[in-house]
Design a protein around this ligand. Sequence first.
Ligand code: HEM
Length: 333
Amino acid sequence: MKFMMKLLISVIAILVIILLGLWIAMTPAMVLILTGIIPYVVFVIFLIGFAYRIIIWGRAPVPFRIPTTCGQEKSFPWIKANPLENPAGLPGVIGRMAGELFLFRSLFRNTDVKIIGGRPIYGSAKWLWFFGLMFHWSLLIIVLRHLRFFTEPIIPWIGALSAVDGFFEISVPALYLSDVAILAGLTFLFSRRVVTPQVRYISLFTDYFALLLIAGVVVTGLLMRHFFPVDLNALKTLTMSWITFAPVVPEDIGVLFSMHLCFVLTLIAWLPFSKLAHAGGIFMSPTHNMANNNRSLRHVNPWNAPVKLHTYTEYEDEFRDKMKAVGLPVEKE
Ligand code: HEM
């Protein structure tokens, strides 16, 4: 599919969700379904979908130890090993995984190649790392901040997180740094897929859709917070009623909240089946979660077919006379 086509279909899909949100907000029966039924359906889809993905990943055969290594393996005591880049045991694996999860360690190594004067010249390329990290951290902070809607009284550290996030107190209500950061991250990640020809070539519909969907969530959220305020008390009643399994359906939810919810619920339901499932998949990645103990332990593929071995000793026992006759050396006379 051509690039413009993929982009167009993604934009149309987003417009459909916007119109859906608009229509639901104007139809009381649909408000009931959106706020009283769909959240539970989506939650079940999410749980079953993720469980299904994990089972599929868990059943994938991994007959070899295949950790990616980027440093000296544990060896003789006088050779300096690199326990993080080439972990020999669980602590190293945990350390390396933490670096990957919280700092995107391997993306930091990203390089760029340019052909200059007919020769490939490699340089460092940190922008993807920078904006990628910025996007993921801010998304996490936003989701954590949203826990204020789902806890009563609000857990103190969520309040503290919001206070730090809104530290600069720009505008009323305070503009959150994470909101600015996620917009910057999304803008970079999206532009990269549109502007860079190589990345554009390999981008799929889902790549554009995922970014636009999250952008939809963020923009509607920001519009609610800064331009068209919603009744947060009524909203909190709704969210608390969800988790106590006694949904209190509001009469009017407002167009923006309806859209925000449509985007969020689409995102949550689609997540396990999309590339965004990497949020869980990273933990199941054998190149990350295995220790490199290939030399210190013998690993035998558990489903190797039983092979009738013919050892050298047996071979020599069988052919000793013939070997000696032609003058070949033998180990046992
Ligand atoms: C993937 C999940 C979600 C994301 C990424 C997200 C994102 C955002 C963002 C970026 C904002 C702008 C202000 C801020 O950062 O707090 C926002 C605001 C808001 N969101 Fe969400 N949201 C999510 C889920 C939800 C859910 C499940 C609800 C409630 C049912 C919700 C209700 C709201 C409300 C009411 C606001 C306005 C807050 C205010 O006025 O202070 N969001 N959201």
